[in-house]
Design a protein around this ligand. Sequence first.
Ligand code: 5RP
Ligand code: FE2
Length: 213
Amino acid sequence: MLIAPSMLSSDFSKLGEETARMERAGADWIHLDVMDAHFVPNLTFGAPIVGAIRPYTKLPFDVHLMISEPLRYVDDFLKAGADIISFHLEAESSVHETIRAIRAGGAKPAVALKPKTPVEAVLPFLDDLDMVLVMTVEPGFGGQSFMAPMMDKVRTLKAHGAFVEVDGGINPQTAVAAKEAGVDVCVAGTSVFHAPDAAKAIATLREGKGVVL
Ligand SMILES: O=C(CO)[C@H](O)[C@H](O)COP(=O)(O)O
Ligand SMILES: [Fe+2]
């Protein structure tokens, strides 16, 4: 599995350095959670911050848009250096138009699903997508508990040949369930940034074999 540390759990006073630290620790992608205090009840950062930390690493930027009107801001995130852009199926923008705008700008489009959204809702778009992001917590905050029933969605998506990322509550134990379900990319905030050794935490997640508690 690829591991994408979520900067939501990093020290925001030194985002650049924290990004470089994740690259040194063996991260595959950098996950950036954009929240607008409207689509979700929390507010984080926008494209100017993403652009400011872009020079600190060569790793792909995996931008997770938790905003009501993703299409309106796609160009800003493309200019800021996003490589993969996930937007929510439950947002207000046209799914087809948003996918088109992301791809036209040279990035990879992905659709994210909230826990209550049935997996069937994304199936009509799979041919146009590079990835599906299955939320394993309610979007909005880090540090929540993993929802194991979401692995049924992952299994359905894998049966359809999709590339699947999971986000929320991933730790060495829950990564075992993710790996068993066939997940391709795990996002992890708390379990990587709060670990005494980030490199060890990332390696353990990637292996998906858990740890003896
Ligand atoms: O999208 C998110 C929240 O909406 C975050 O990416 C996610 O919560 C990661 O944090 P943690 O690993 O601590 O659950
Ligand atoms: Fe996220």
